[in-house]
Design a protein around this ligand. Structure first.
Ligand code: UDX
Ligand code: UDX
Length: 472
């Protein structure tokens, strides 16, 4: 029976870093080395200021770093030492070539796999951790098998990560399930059992699901697609609510009480963001098209189309409420991260909204408690349109507080649901006093009590709510 004693993780990103740090934390008998090509990233992991913000991550890393958890750029040495290797490199959507804008770019997965094949001096279990299109393991296997010898064998497992940002450590310590897919051969099953043994150091055995490779790969895409679909469903309903006077929170609550539906992931919003949902759905769409299943592709694509529509609808509502023009008006944007408790901005709805505001020649003042100014400028630049920070600074101001952003503003727009923007935390009377009148507030997250803010004097619009509709 294979016993895992030494783990290597290629890719020290949002997925690889926290996942393998928790593994080291829970398995003191296993040596874990996380490697990355980026020297800066590894240096940050080895410093007091970790490159990723996640509640609880510091404690986990500081408890085992340099004991059984190591961060290094020496990829080859870590591969050679390991019995089991997680491939956790990024798989962005392709920007050019076949499948551009949809298919996953597997170049990093392939180069990591080739590296393993080149430098391995003993047998390895190679675990696909990055989210990949269904049947990617097949390509990895082909590369590894072409390089295997009677002495050096490679087994491939799929072990997708289901953690959500902001709750990564909680999700990793107490996962709903761990999924491990393997080829159903003798050595595949042995490798699968070896990884099951690693996880059962802290995860109850009944939560560790074993499947074939392809089910595991597809389940990850399916889970994200279904989660995103729920958000697009409630967002589609939010448009109906605004037109009829129904209240989207009430509708979500009433539907969520049905135990078959459940209450989670039914919060209407300005649109989902994050590195996974859109990318994984587009992956599924591309896969369906390749499999000659156009109706299936169109079905899933609609989830993304609805998400784009929701963002545009929100912007349109802001412009029309502000008397059909926001030229030279100051818009205070509260929140830039794609959701609260993370500094991550990938695919954040804020980016789309603010680019639209800039196109309309508005002045935008942005405050986010965790996102660095540099990141905001990078996200908002558009090659050929506004590509330098200097150009952006004409329209965009990055602020140190919500009060500073709202000072002299015509409208406040809540884009991320940070707790500090709640009406029991932020002094909205003070915000109101500093604003131009009429003072508009647009809540894209159903975060504040509109009634309370109206009493202060704000003109409030909330996604999925329209008290005036249906009364005429
Ligand atoms: C990424 C994907 O977004 C996700 O779909 C997948 O499930 C896991 O990988 P994430 O960890 O958030 O998630 O990506 P990122 O933070 O970009 O980290 C990837 C790391 O891999 C980067 O630090 C990058 O430098 C590193 N990398 C990339 C390598 O070490 N070697 C490579 O060949 C390529
Ligand atoms: C997601 C999946 O939840 C996770 O299992 C997977 O491993 C990676 O992708 P993440 O992207 O970190 O995780 O965040 P998540 O909490 O799922 O939120 C995604 C987006 O949906 C955010 O922009 C969030 O604000 C939005 N959202 C979520 C809603 O608009 N409404 C909801 O009810 C829930």
């Amino acid at each position: 029976m294979t016993v895992v004693k030494n783990v290597c993780c290629i890719g020290a990103g949002y997925v690889g870093g926290p996942t393998c740090a928790v593994l080291a934390y829970k398995c003191p008998d296993i040596k874990v080395t996380i490697v990355d090509l980026s020297e800066a990233r590894i240096a940050a992991w080895n410093s007091d200021h970790l490159p990723i913000y996640e509640p609880g991550l510091d404690e986990v890393v500081f408890a085992c770093r340099d004991k059984n958890l190591f961060f290094s750029t020496n990829v080859d040495a870590a591969i050679q030492e390991a019995d089991l290797i997680f491939v956790s490199v990024n798989t962005p959507t392709k920007k050019s070539g076949m499948g551009a804008g949809m298919a996953a770019d597997l170049a990093y997965v392939e180069s990591a796999t080739r590296r393993i094949a080149e430098v391995a001096k003993s047998s390895k279990i190679v675990v696909e951790k990055s989210t990949v299109p269904c049947r990617t393991a097949q390509s990895m296997r082909t590369i590894l098998e072409a390089n295997s010898t009677p002495e050096i064998q490679f087994d491939i497992l799929s072990n997708p990560e289901f953690l959500a940002e902001g709750t990564a450590i909680k999700d990793l310590l107490n996962p709903d399930r761990v999924l491990i897919g393997a080829l159903q051969t003798e050595s595949g099953i042995e490798a699968q059992n070896a990884l099951v043994d690693v996880y059962t150091h802290w995860v109850p055995k009944e939560r560790v699901i074993t499947t074939n490779l392809w089910s595991s790969e597809l389940s990850k895409l399916a889970a994200n697609a279904m989660l995103a679909q729920r958000i697009s469903s409630i967002n589609a309903l939010s448009a109906i609510c605004e037109a009829t006077g129904a209240d989207v929170d009430e509708v979500a609550f009433a539907c969520g009480k049905d135990t078959r539906l459940g209450s989670k992931f039914l919060k209407a919003s300005v649109g989902f963001g994050g590195s996974c949902f859109q990318k994984d759905i587009l992956n599924l769409v591309y896969l369906s098209k390749q499999l000659n299943l156009p109706e299936v592709a169109a079905y899933w694509e609609q989830v993304v189309i609805m998400n784009e529509y929701q963002k545009k609808r929100f912007v349109r509502n802001i412009i029309s409420t502000l008397f059909n023009t926001i030229t030279n008006k100051k818009i205070a944007v509260l929140g830039f991260a794609f959701k609260k408790d993370t500094g991550d901005t990938r695919e954040s709805a804020a980016i789309t909204l603010i680019k639209d505001f800039i196109q309309e020649n508005a002045r935008v003042a942005i405050y986010d408690p965790k996102v660095e100014a540099q990141q905001i400028y990078m996200d908002l630049s558009e090659p050929g349109v506004v590509d330098t920070q200097k150009q952006l600074e004409k329209n965009v101001q990055i602020c140190q507080s919500a009060y500073e952003a709202a000072d002299g503003a015509d409208a406040v727009v809540i884009v991320t649901e940070w707790d500090e923007f709640r009406d029991d935390q932020l002094d909205y009377s003070k915000i109101y006093t500093g604003m131009n009148k009429p003072a508009f507030l647009f809540d894209g997250r159903l975060l504040v009590n509109a009634q309370k803010l109206r009493q202060i004097g704000f003109k409030v619009s909330v996604i999925g709510k329209n008290e005036l509709a249906g009364t005429a």
